[in-house]
Write a protein that binds this ligand. Structure first.
Ligand code: ADP
Ligand code: MG
Length: 562
């Protein structure tokens, strides 16, 4: 930095920038990556613990969810961030398996560290890892179990496995049923758009009292108290515009010199509103959702006709309403015809958790559903929601792919065995990389055992011998420590959870390993990766910048300690 300014070693870089090369760069990145994995490790599995995360403003999040932890941690180190991306990709593609994916990435880096020390070139490692990953995916396909989209019980097992160890676990049976029902009802040609499943959180009540509304809940109230609270056999109109008259006409054109003239304008306006309401009534609508506003006078007319009207409905809700009821939105209320209307068995204003909302239920084909999640406190409901999101993800993916794997570390153990065999057929030093890959995969079962308080070595030995004997479904029962058939136990996960994890973990590890030069425009030493932070190499002189922000209050004491 500053002291190098005199001899200007690299004129292309500003004096603010930092450069780390070769082995130092590699080991710095590996350390950062491992630290990220370490941060989520203890949360893995049914007996994993939770983390409490507190941000600058004192907001608290209590969670077991890998990707949530990493997102909240505000990680700055660039290599560490690549691992966070692994979790994010996993979250976006599958919704579950984020912790596993991150732990595997960390272990791939850790294994690589040993091999690099043995002078195995990073490129060789990268090739070996890639080869192993390709093979691993093939092996997984081979052992995958087919599941039909109608197999509700099996799907509920999958939903339940994703909830295990999370806030939702206590009510696993109830929630799994709701999740599967929800996903099944919005599925279309084997595809599921998770946007069609809305999750509403309600603080108050027990988790088991959560429910699925097959239809849409609009977070609004009816526009006037004179309208009916509910309508049976609803004929639903959707108006994309508003039920009002553009106000500018009055503002600009009326000079109130002549009271009659004003009256005439008002009459005219009233007439237009009357026409809108008449059109709705003539078409047969008894419920109307409006994207814009509803004029007071229109409200009055609507109430007179017994029509339930809701204004300022969100665009996303309008879409859901259209899908659920089969209504076609119209831009001008005056254009509405009977054909544009949708159907719902019931539309009613109800109270959930002290909030009034409009429930649109009993629709012909609920291509849109709302899951109402209840929980005692806000933090509880928030964590239940995260578990439910994972659960929705795995059921969706299973419906789409139709393939699952046993859980509890079974596939990882199986893969490790098969990859070690495969390694023998790989020549040269890449063989070592393939073996390292196999070892790395076992971090899954090992951590499951550790977190559940069982001896990881014993568990691994037992697992291996079962798989050696051909029991591909043998996994670790986290509750008893026994090795059991996971499929029989109902611990099953979609194939894609594992293939995606292997893919992103490998890509991220390879990318990090291939870096031999880190050129940073700013200061890298302030990275906030857990407690693993090492002091900047620059000695006491470098301390100020690196630690100053986080530990301001301790500044004096720290100096003395060093
Ligand atoms: P992730 O973010 O990776 O999904 P989890 O904390 O959800 O992390 O743990 C997932 C792991 O826990 C998977 O390996 C899964 O097979 C395992 N698992 C889930 N339920 C059980 C169970 N009842 N017994 C043993 N392992 C389980
Ligand atoms: Mg999970």
């Amino acid at each position: 930095m500053a002291q190098q300014m005199g001899n200007q070693p690299l004129i292309v870089l500003s004096d603010e920038s930092q450069r780390t090369s070769g082995k130092d760069a590699q080991s710095m990145n590996i350390t950062a990556g491992k630290a990220v994995a370490e941060a989520v490790r203890t949360t893995l599995g049914p007996k994993g613990m939770d983390k409490m995360l507190v941000d600058d403003t004192g907001n608290v999040v209590v969670t077991n969810d890998g990707v949530t932890i990493l997102k909240e941690m505000d990680i700055e180190h660039p290599a560490a961030n690549m691992i966070v991306e692994v979790a994010e990709t996993q979250e976006n593609e599958v919704g579950d398996g984020t912790t596993s994916a991150v732990i595997v990435t960390g272990e791939l880096l850790s294994e690589a560290e040993d091999l690099l020390e043995q002078e195995i070139h990073a490129t060789t490692l990268a090739q070996g890892y890639r080869q192993a990953a390709e093979k691993a995916k093939e092996f997984l396909e081979e052992i995958a179990i087919e599941v039909s989209p109608e197999d509700t019980e099996y799907l509920e097992d999958i939903a339940g496995t994703a909830m295990t160890g999370k806030g939702a676990e206590n009510a696993k049976d109830v929630l799994s049923e709701l999740v599967v029902k929800g996903v099944q009802s919005v599925a279309e040609d084997g595809q599921v758009d998770t946007d069609d499943i809305k999750v509403e959180k309600v603080t108050g009540g027990a988790i088991e009292n959560s429910e699925l509304v097959e239809g849409v809940i609009v977070d609004k109230e009816r526009v006037s108290d004179n309208m009916p609270f509910g309508v049976e056999d609803a004929k639903v109109a959707l108006v994309d515009g508003g039920l009002e008259v553009a106000e500018t006409e009055i503002d600009t054109e009326v000079n109130v010199t002549d009271p009659d003239q004003l009256q005439q304008f008002l009459d005219q306006e009233e007439e237009q509103l009357r026409e809108m309401v008449d059109a709705l009534k003539d078409a047969g609508a008894n419920v109307v959702f409006v994207d814009g506003g509803i004029d007071d006078m229109a409200q009055h007319y609507l109430a007179q006709e017994g029509i339930l009207a809701v204004r300022r409905v969100k665009n996303s809700d309008m879409k859901r309403l259209a899908r659920a009821t089969g209504a076609t939105p119209v831009t001008n209320a005056t254009d509405v015809t009977a054909d544009d209307l949708g159907d719902a068995g019931s539309v009613a204003q109800k109270d959930i958790g002290g909030d009034e909302r409009i429930f649109v239920e009993d629709v012909e084909e609920a291509k849109s559903v709302t899951l109402i999640l209840r929980g005692g406190t806000e933090h509880v409901v928030d964590e239940v929601e995260r578990a439910i999101e994972d659960s929705l993800g795995v059921v969706r993916v299973t419906l789409e792919d139709g393939k699952v794997l046993p859980g509890g570390g079974a596939p990882e153990t199986e893969l490790a065995l098969k990859l070690r065999d495969f390694a023998d057929s790989v020549g040269g030093r890449e063989q070592l990389a393939v073996e390292a890959f196999a070892d790395a995969l076992e971090v899954g079962p090992r951590t499951l055992a550790e977190n559940a308080g069982h001896d990881p070595i014993d568990s691994l030995v037992d697992l291996r011998s079962q798989h050696d004997a051909g029991n591909t479904g043998a996994g670790l029962d986290a509750y008893t420590g026994d090795i059991i058939d996971m499929e029989e136990e109902g611990v099953v996960e979609p194939l894609r959870v594992k293939t995606q994890a292997i893919e992103s973990a490998t890509e991220a590890a390879v990318m990090i390993l291939r870096i031999d030069d880190v050129i940073a425009a700013g200061d890298l030493s302030g990275g906030k990766v857990g407690e693993e932070d090492e002091e900047p190499a620059g000695g006491p002189g470098g301390m100020g910048g690196g630690m100053g922000g986080g530990m301001g209050g301790m500044g004096g004491g720290m100096g003395g300690m060093m």
